[in-house]
Design a protein around this ligand. Sequence first.
Ligand code: FPP
Length: 232
Amino acid sequence: MDNESIPKHIAFIMDGNGRWAKARHMPRKYGHKHGVDAMKRVIAACASIGIEIISIYAFSTENWSRPQDEIDELFKLVKRFADKELVEYAKDNYQVRFMGDLRRLPDDVRLSLDKISDAVKDNSGTIINIGLNYGSRDEIVRAVNSLISSGRDSVSVSDINAALDTCDLCDPDIIVRASGEKRLSNFMLWQAAYSEFIFIDDYWPDFTEETVNRIISEYRSRDRRYGGLKKA
Ligand code: FPP
């Protein structure tokens, strides 16, 4: 693949873990566990083709309305992921970032996130950007409040860009949603201004390297004009 057709930043809305489990007469947590395996497969596939930034929507500001035992299970998986992947990700030169307001996360989870961040802090490779207690509206409100408290009385697009959780990342070239649902659900609304949307019918736990290849070939067929005219 030539460099131009490889997106720099791809973002994933993982969806359908619950339905995947239900179709197998299994509890929802079984779907989430397999969702983590799919996430690792997708990250490895994206990194291997040279995608520089992979964003993942893991827990939204709205997900707190789920039953407490499901929330506990999700954070258990997040903690286990951070604890387990720390050594591997440090060795494989991955960078790890988080977006969202992490202050509301359980203390033990935050500690594990700090540990993995510390373990990879000198790395320079693929960036994994994970949304936890992330909601785009909340992110924009936090950004605007931080600009107000810095004393601005008017702001520019670049001021807002610089105050977002994604301040040092380029906007996603592609936003992928699993499970056939076609909405953004409060994910990267500001950053999605010129993203290509790709909707995949498969439930998230079924995502593989082959799904990533399909996404990239769909992306290559798109004509990105950014409000301008088609290139001659
Ligand atoms: C969507 O499926 C999945 C989620 C909202 C949670 C995804 C989070 C994890 C798998 C936790 C692990 C995260 C990391 C970073 C290791 P759904 O439950 O909405 O599925 P449904 O629409 O079929 O019910």
